[in-house]
Design a protein around this ligand. Sequence first.
Ligand code: PHB
Length: 389
Amino acid sequence: MRTQVAIVGAGPAGLLLAHLLARRGVESVVVENRSREYVQARIRAGVLEQGTVDTLVDAGLGANLAREGMRHDGIHLQWPGERHRIDFPSHCGRSVWVYGQTQVVRDLIAARLADGQQLHFEVSRTSLHDLETDRPCVRYVDAAGTPQVLECDVVVGADGFHGVSRPTVPAALQRTWQRDYPYAWLGILADVAPSTDELIYAWHPRGFAMHSMRSPTVSRLYLQVDPTERVADWSDDRIWSELALRMALDGWTLQDGPVTDKGITPMRSFVSSPMRHGRLFLVGDAAHIVPPTGAKGLNLAVADVRLLDLALGELFATGSEGLIDAYSDTALRRVWRTTHFSWWMTTMLHSSGDEFDEELRIAQLGYVTSSDAAAAGLAENYTGLPLGT
Ligand code: PHB
């Protein structure tokens, strides 16, 4: 088999890149080791930056987003006794959209299959070869058990933190940075109308709590827990009462409801550089991980994909390698800006038990919610800086 771009991984990054490339007439094949059902069911973050929404709409993927997405013009920041709103449009002229990554992936898979484009699920033993030549290839075993060789011009590693792509880059040519936080998030999805119009991020001495949503009838909520905690120790009642306690505010009630999904996610920052090795290009979680505070993971992956789409478009249209040569440095500038923002939100909002640090958090929350300059900084990062900054 031969194609122009072999894409490893059918998450939002790989699928969106395949879609954008197809629109400019560049052919690709996407291979994924999970099943379609698994990929479409996994619950991930739910906030899209304006630039992410614009990309999806411009690519003809906006129909369900326009119907089901919810535009949010601000967030609430809270600490005991106080809840303050940060307005986005007045500070930076942009908004965000609440629309689940699960929905984005569903839309992308539907579009890919409707266009009759190649997307292979449940492949195994995927490996990348000849990356330092201009004829690399991807080997894998397809769902029927048949070994395949996919020859191509470019390989894109969109297979996440645990994928095969990043480890294929020789360690001597790669530099990584990592920060493991002493926190994890216990997340639930619940069949209950959100008790808030906009997301609530709450600092509390017992730990961070957050209220998000997926639709007018589905809420998504999170609690900071110790990374060693087990889901089995958290009954629905225990979760709801802890959420109510940490987000308590006079005159406000948290409505509970049936929990339909429950899971614990560790929190980590990770960056790998460069994001290119020969004809292999890394996008999204394959190259970097941010902690979920601020919902940047998907948006960062989309920013990588927008840059790589332009770069590969130029390569295939003109043979020029200017943009593919610049890809890694350009992408990494945004990655580090976003890594800082996610680290900052995480540090400000989680509780460590250190009395000095807790006072700093309250001071910082007071400043961000009372200074226009500080609020503008949060607003422009939260809604997403322009591509290339
Ligand atoms: C979510 O809805 O899953 C979500 C929203 C905002 C965050 C993180 C997660 O900062």
